[in-house]
Design a protein around this ligand. Structure first.
Ligand code: HEC
Ligand code: HEC
Ligand code: HEC
Ligand code: HEC
Ligand code: HEC
Length: 442
């Protein structure tokens, strides 16, 4: 891509421009855009200070170097958040995040999918800047692909998020950086979304009964990857998406939610390898210290960095201990999966136990070291894997309070920021979960 841009710069500089412009791009100046000199307008963007700067920064963005767009290509369910064509498709068509019941099968399906013709494409400039190469003028950068309220897929579209500062540009990020729905089994149940309200209001009801195992009335069979996916930051930021147990803390948001945007911190002026179109906030305090926000914030500031992050880390540690007590009581083993390798655990170091939000249930391909028996071994497993599974202890019964606490633990851990996004909401979810677990005897 970089080579192509250099080529364009050369073409423009060499004055061959109009000849090269008669192809599919269309001669902008002759196409109902009087007064537009294509040669000049290309240069509004194709110059070292505009496209090239952003493109160079973008090489350091996981949107660019990550493998998810490649790995999930072709999948109509995954690609609305993982590939360019699919994201543009669901944005343009305002694809609803609802779930629809299929009257024939009696099963629910999420409507937030792309169509088969739009499942590929790496995340690029064109993913977020919807109008590039339409008028071929500098203003084509203006419109973002999405800035309206985001209908949340985890809530079947019954709740939405609207972070309005900076023209709603955060909603662009949140449309992808939102949790995925936690659904019930479509064989044992109807595939509908797990009802978070009932988890919070009936904490002592059994959610998963170990004596029943892989059969109804169990609706969700715990596995290594029983989770709310990775992109929780947008929902934490907006203060929506946790299991809201009643407790000593009320659910409110910090000033960031109403007053700041993702770009304020994640696209702040570059320092080191963060900021701008790298989209990462790691090690960049320029956003915190912008006019009208804070001053003097750094990695050693106690009030705005060290103390709040330590407080959330301690709450995560304490909640993990409560959740693990369920396993310790049953067979003297933790139920949360732990991994200290920062290459494989994106959240290594955020808790003392290096948890990643997965459950330590055996699976021959995804978690071969798992210490708990998989309640639903696949028919395709080898005989050895099936035999090994049977030597492991039975995964314990989970009450609603435990399931809800596990969801909240994942949700707050995978937000990455240890409370910087939304300290009050994170603190309330974790504190009230710990209290609910204590009341339930853990
Ligand atoms: C609004 C800014 C803007 C304007 C104006 C603009 N471009 Fe681009 N162009 C881009 C961006 C952004 C990219 C993608 C760069 C990247 O991916 O690194 C791009 C990429 C390209 C590419 C590489 C192939 C592709 O489509 O990704 C070509 C060729 C190109 N532009 C030609 C032109 C020509 C010719 C004009 C003028 C008629 C023009 N551009 C005007 C922003 C612009
Ligand atoms: C089209 C969906 C989409 C949009 C829009 C989007 N992201 Fe992402 N983002 C992703 C995906 C997918 C990944 C992970 C990519 C991978 O691992 O291959 C990611 C990764 C990231 C990461 C790196 C996380 C890490 O593990 O280091 C940051 C930071 C980030 N995005 C911030 C943002 C911000 C800020 C915005 C809005 C300006 C935004 N994203 C818009 C889908 C999106
Ligand atoms: C609602 C949007 C959304 C959907 C749908 C979605 N993902 Fe993701 N996924 C994300 C985001 C955002 C990230 C990156 C989050 C971060 O790092 O903060 C991500 C990260 C990932 C990662 C981790 C990449 C890494 O950096 O290690 C994998 C693997 C993944 N997704 C697989 C899938 C699969 C498989 C599906 C479909 C079954 C899917 N995703 C559907 C939003 C989504
Ligand atoms: C993940 C989404 C995302 C991707 C990918 C992305 N941008 Fe952006 N870009 C943004 C957002 C958000 C802004 C801030 C918009 C604003 O200021 O309102 C922005 C702003 C810009 C601006 C300033 C525009 C203006 O009107 O001042 C330029 C130039 C730009 N981007 C170029 C690029 C180029 C070149 C690429 C590809 C290498 C790219 N962007 C990829 C989200 C994205
Ligand atoms: C007030 C500043 C601030 C705002 C606003 C903000 N973030 Fe963050 N974000 C952070 C900090 C700080 C981290 C943790 C960086 C670190 O690990 O050192 C972070 C981490 C992340 C990460 C993963 C790590 C990385 O590479 O930065 C993602 C993804 C992310 N935020 C997404 C978002 C999204 C989406 C929004 C908007 C809904 C947002 N953030 C708004 C400060 C902010």
């Amino acid at each position: 891509m970089k080579n192509q841009i250099k080529f364009i710069s050369f073409v423009v500089a060499g004055g061959f421009f109009l000849a090269s412009c008669e192809g599919p791009m269309g001669p902008a100046g002759q196409d109902g855009l009087p007064g537009v000199d294509a040669n000049e307008t290309c240069k509004e963007c194709h110059n070292p200070t505009v496209v090239e700067v952003a493109a160079t920064q973008f090489e350091l963005s996981k949107h660019h170097y990550g493998e998810a767009a490649f790995e999930e290509a072709g999948n109509t369910t995954c690609t609305p958040c993982h590939t360019s064509d699919a994201f543009r498709y669901v944005s343009k068509n305002n694809t609803p995040a609802t779930f629809t019941l299929n009257a024939t099968t009696g099963k629910y399906a999420n409507d937030y999918v792309t169509n088969a013709a739009n499942t590929i494409g790496d995340i690029s400039c064109f993913t977020c800047h919807s109008s590039l190469h339409t008028t071929y003028e500098g203003s084509d950068f203006g419109p973002l692909t999405w800035n309206k309220a985001v209908s949340m897929t985890m809530w079947k579209g019954t709740k939405s998020i609207d972070v309005t500062p900076d023209g709603g540009s955060s909603n662009l990020c949140i449309k992808c950086h939102q949790p995925r729905p936690l659904t019930t089994s479509s064989t044992l149940s109807n595939g509908d979304v797990v009802d978070y309200n009932s988890l919070a209001t009936s904490p002592n009801t059994v959610f998963y009964d170990a004596a029943v195992g892989n059969a109804a009335p169990n609706k969700v069979i715990p596995s290594y990857r029983t989770h709310v996916h990775y992109g929780t930051a947008g929902a934490v930021y907006a203060g929506k998406g946790g299991v809201e147990f009643t407790g000593s803390q009320t659910y409110t948001n910090t000033a960031h939610t109403a007053g700041a945007s993702c770009q304020d911190c994640h696209m702040a002026p570059v320092t080191g390898r963060a900021g701008g179109h790298t989209f990462t906030a790691k090690g960049n305090f320029n956003g915190c210290n912008a006019t009208g926000c804070h001053s003097g914030v750094s990695a050693t500031s106690s009030t705005f960095w060290v103390n709040p992050r330590n407080e959330i880390k301690t709450l995560l540690n304490n909640l993990a201990t409560k959740i693990n007590k369920v396993g310790q009581d049953a067979a003297a083993k933790d139920i949360l999966h732990s991994d200290s390798n920062a290459e494989t655990n994106l959240w290594a170091g955020l808790t003392t136990g290096n948890f990643d939000g997965y459950l330590n249930i055996y699976d021959p391909s995804t978690n071969p070291g798992g210490v708990w028996r998989n309640p639903a071994p696949a028919g395709s497993w080898s005989a050895d894997a099936k035999a090994l599974n049977l030597t492991l202890p039975v995964f314990p019964t989970l009450k609603n309070v435990v399931m809800g606490s596990m969801i909240n633990f994942q949700f707050c851990l995978r937000d990455y920021s240890l409370g910087i996004h939304n300290f009050k909401y994170t603190k309330a979810l974790l504190t009230n979960s710990i209290e609910a677990m204590t009341t339930a005897g853990y």
